[in-house]
Design a protein around this ligand. Sequence first.
Ligand code: SF4
Length: 286
Amino acid sequence: MPAKITLAEAMGTCFGVQDAIDLALDPAFRDRLTIVGQLVHNPQVTERLLAHGVRIVERDQLDQITTPAVMITAHGASEATKAALRQRGFIVYDATCPLVIRLHKLARYLEREGWFPVIVGQADHVEVRGVVGNLRACAVVHDERDFEQLRGQARLGVVSQTTNRLDRVEQLVAAMRALPWVEALRFIDTICQPVKERQAAIGKLLACDIDLGIVIGGRNSANTAKLREAIAERGIPAFHIERPEELRAEWFAGKRHVGITAGTSTPQDVIAAVERRVREIVASLP
Ligand code: SF4
């Protein structure tokens, strides 16, 4: 019998990413806009933007900008970065997701209230770099090995990168609370709702007994990687792909139930193309 295929109840492009893409693809910006960094971590979206005449430069390549307008990505940037761009004479369009803005505001609020800000996340992720750039002093914690940076800080004010898994962040918060020098800890949950919905949908997929997971998203998409991790840590094989051409028939051999999900920067048409290819492969197997 061909394997059953179940799509996650919530997956693919979130409103923050969609709004940023729509803004960049506005006809008024054709050939007039440079995006600093990847607007979203997805290769197909990047290809569409380039086809629209949008230029993309890295943060250390500001000298290469030749368009009048510049866009800050959905992941946000520090106020200093935005000011530097304005000083260079660019018109700055800010596509920072409102939920990333909320994270910035809460990190600064904790600092103002006398807490030592701690961001749970990846120090080299553009969203985290933006938050860090707006604080006087702070620590970025990815795992327990980073706790040494907190030594001597008695009052920790903790926020999270928006795409983290809540269970993992709560574990780290509990471990920080138990550090011998910590007298008080305030945690504000800044994981975004669309990410939580996608994580909850993974829980439902696992509950329906899938024995193979296909997770679609950019190779460098943090939230896509975490969706794959959530399936794999249950001992279920899970593959992170960007395109339908990457699917391999041997992954599906002998499988009963395939679960498909996608990160928050994966367009619906890419998900539909992967689903079609999975159905073809499953139907072709003996
Ligand atoms: S993943 Fe969440 S925080 Fe990031 S752009 Fe989407 S809605 Fe905004």
